[in-house]
Write a new protein. Structure first.
Length: 132
């Protein structure tokens, strides 16, 4: 870029980081399945229970491609106990649950297992949400 020199680089990097933070889309996590079910009932949404080994496993959910879909669910970070109780074979896993069901965790409406990129999550989530 004409007119830009080494002294401008730190300020440009600072401004880019500022813009990134301003427009960052974090998943609005609810901690614990019971709280998530309660929240989902209040707002009339389904629960997306996420079992993950590491926080960065869920970074695909912050992708702009998924954001319109993310907003349609209440996102719950499963505790280790939840993961064991639900006998999830792979981590990370996403289970979409009906909060109105008597035992929602026993009959997931959608189950996605294994680490996925945003473009790999988009199709099953979109198809599920379109038919609800």
């Amino acid at each position: 870029i004409p007119g830009i020199n080494d002294q401008h680089v730190p300020r440009i990097a600072e401004k880019m980081a500022e813009i990134g933070q301003k427009h960052r889309r974090d998943v609005p996590w609810v901690e614990g399945l019971e709280k998530g079910i309660e929240s989902a009932k209040k707002v009339g949404k389904r629960v997306a229970l996420v079992s993950e080994e590491k926080a960065e496993d869920a970074k695909a959910l912050r992708d702009p491609l998924l954001w319109p879909l993310v907003k349609q669910l209440v996102w719950v970070r499963a505790s280790k106990e939840d993961g064991k109780r639900l006998k999830l074979a792979k981590s990370p896993a996403i289970l979409v649950l009906d909060p109105a069901a008597e035992k929602p965790e026993e009959s997931p409406l959608l189950k996605i297992e294994g680490k996925r990129l945003a473009k790999e999550l988009e199709k099953p989530l979109r198809e599920f949400l379109e038919k609800k």
